[in-house]
Design a binder for this molecule. Structure first.
Ligand code: NDP
Length: 353
């Protein structure tokens, strides 16, 4: 476009200002990227959504977030994901999923989605505060983070993979016939303590108040299990170890301040999860703890074209395989949505094979 200023009655400064503004508009429209399918998150849900979306010709772009690979990268051995008869480490499995997504040309990128705006027809997403992307569809796979106590000793053995875990179903098997400690008093803690009691010689449960938060039925199940010892009004002072692995837990009674050591090779923390959904507040329907509310049986959210998969919407199952399953659902739902909106976009038959 050629703009002539010759007949334009304005001062030299105004003309310069106008030119600068025009240049800024051109730069901005250059930097706003348009994407058919944006996937936020790189756990099993995100990568599975990417595999399906890429095979359906949706040219997905996937942002990995601050913990590429998600929660599984903090797990040692994964033995319950179908297809790995000998087990696989969490980080290895996530690399394999990434490779599989990239094989079909998913554009996997480093970056942290810091802001969204789902209020208009175009779904806007900002990466690292600055880069703006306009998306036809968005698949949210941001997961949830397990809460930990925050003790130095807990974090040390968590990082070493030496006996601290926030997932009994994932890691309980490694403590067969051993003694373990579990912290928490909600439904998750009760469910996990019960799960562990079937594998371990003894489970000691540390409950910080003098009662459970869990439902009566779950609490009673724990109380009636002979190899679960429940210590009420008891908190963790320190996770003990030999520098490599956990050897015990020093607990204290918060009424008497009395301390004692419980021998244990595993320390399980079950004090809740926090879904990584803060940036969607105000746009998506969230439940009281922040989980995204999906239309039952689908991955649809309250905003058309925005889908959710994995733990960001699941406080019950929270498994890699269920996350992967809902990732597949989200890609299929997104594909159908695009096909309904754009007559030139064909639903791939291969997706349904
Ligand atoms: P909850 O928030 O229900 O429970 C967390 C528990 O951890 C509470 O007992 C809390 O103690 C304790 N806790 C928190 N911080 C600390 C700390 N620093 N030290 C010691 N203890 C601590 O989380 P859940 O994950 O158990 O459950 C989340 C939701 O999922 C609930 O709605 C639950 O009903 C649901 N759920 C349902 C299941 C099912 O139906 N099968 C299975 C699992 C979960 P305090 O009580 O003192 O606050």
């Amino acid at each position: 476009m050629i703009i002539s200023f010759d007949n334009f009655n304005a001062s030299f400064e105004s003309k310069i200002l106008l030119l600068l503004r025009l240049k800024l508009i051109v730069i901005m429209s250059d930097t706003i990227e348009k994407v058919k399918c944006l996937i936020i998150g790189s756990g099993p849900a995100g990568y599975t959504a990417a595999i399906y979306a890429a095979r359906a010709n949706m040219k997905p772009v996937l942002y990995q977030g601050t913990q590429p690979g998600g929660q599984l990268t903090t797990t040692n051995e994964v033995e319950n994901f179908p297809g790995y008869p000998d087990g696989i480490t969490g980080p290895e499995m996530m690399l394999e999923l990434q490779k599989q997504a990239e094989r079909f040309e998913t554009d996997v990128r480093d970056g942290w989605v810091t802001k969204v705006d789902f209020s208009g027809d175009v779904h806007k997403v900002w990466v690292n505060e600055t880069k703006e992307i306009h998306c036809d569809t968005v698949i949210i796979s941001t997961g949830a983070s397990a809460k930990y106590l925050g003790l130095d000793s807990e974090q040390k053995y968590l990082k070493l993979g030496g006996g601290v875990s926030a997932c009994a179903v994932c890691d309980g098997f490694f403590y067969r016939n051993q003694e373990v400690v579990i912290v928490g008093a909600g439904d998750s803690a009760c469910e996990e303590a019960h799960y562990l009691s079937k594998l371990c010689k003894k489970v000691t449960m540390l409950v910080r108040r003098d009662e459970f938060r869990a439902s009566k039925i779950m609490a009673n199940r724990v109380k009636n299990t002979p190899n679960i010892e429940i210590l009420f009004n008891t908190e963790t002072d320190e996770v003990l170890g030999d520098g490599q692995v956990v050897t015990g837990v020093r607990a204290f009674n918060n009424k008497t301040n009395e301390k004692h050591v419980i021998p244990a090779t595993g320390f399980f923390v079950a004090i809740g999860h926090k879904p990584n959904t803060d940036i969607f507040k105000g746009f998506l329907n969230l439940d009281e703890t922040g989980y995204i509310i999906n239309v039952p049986g689908t991955s649809k959210t309250n905003i058309e074209g925005v889908f959710v998969s994995g733990d960001a919407a699941d406080h019950v199952y929270r498994q890699a395989v269920t996350a992967a399953g809902t990732g597949c659902m989200a890609a299929l739902d997104a594909e159908r949505y695009l096909a309904g909106k754009d007559a030139t976009f064909e639903v791939s038959t291969s997706t349904y094979n």
